[in-house]
Design a protein around this ligand. Structure first.
Ligand code: MG
Length: 158
């Protein structure tokens, strides 16, 4: 079996009055992410992990923020395109693991919805989609509520 792994990382700044999309679901919050797309920083990190498996570059390269086609785009569509690239190379997604660092709101009530949103796009059962959340104990830019940081790992098989 041909097995490949990849990792991804992304950060978005928070600002008041914007929608907060994270892991494919909208989170009730007074703040949302500043972005060219819908700002779903978790999906962006996940896309980069999948692209990293196949050394296909990064989503900034694939979906440049200079291109008006991606303005306000639903990041789930970007993820679907990346999964298409994985399939085109003859691979399927094995499992993914995502860690989200956000001071608030608490994400625990939304983890199940994120896994349910991502699994069908990835073409895997929900138990192959791990989403974890942490605060940074009020330390750093995440802790000050200035932004959100996400790490993602992915494994694909042929
Ligand atoms: Mg991003």
């Amino acid at each position: 079996m041909d097995i490949r792994i990849g990792n991804g990382y992304d950060v978005h700044a928070l600002a008041p009055g914007l929608p907060m999309w994270l892991g494919g679901v909208q989170i009730p919050s007074e703040n949302g992410f500043v972005a060219h797309s819908d700002g779903d920083v978790a999906i962006h990190a996940l896309c980069d992990a999948l692209l990293g498996c196949l050394a296909l570059g990064d989503i900034g390269h694939l979906f440049p923020d200079s291109d008006p086609a991606w303005k306000g785009v639903d990041s789930k569509l970007l993820l679907a395109r990346v999964v298409d690239l994985v399939h085109a190379k003859g691979y399927k997604v094995g499992n993914v693991d995502i860690t989200i660092a956000l001071q608030r709101p608490k994400l625990a009530p939304h983890i199940a919805a994120m896994r349910a949103a991502l699994a069908p796009i990835l073409g895997v059962p929900e138990d192959c989609v791990s989403v974890k959340a942490t605060t940074t104990e009020h330390l750093g830019f995440v802790g000050r509520g200035e932004g959100c940081e996400v790490w993602a790992s992915a494994l694909i098989t042929k």
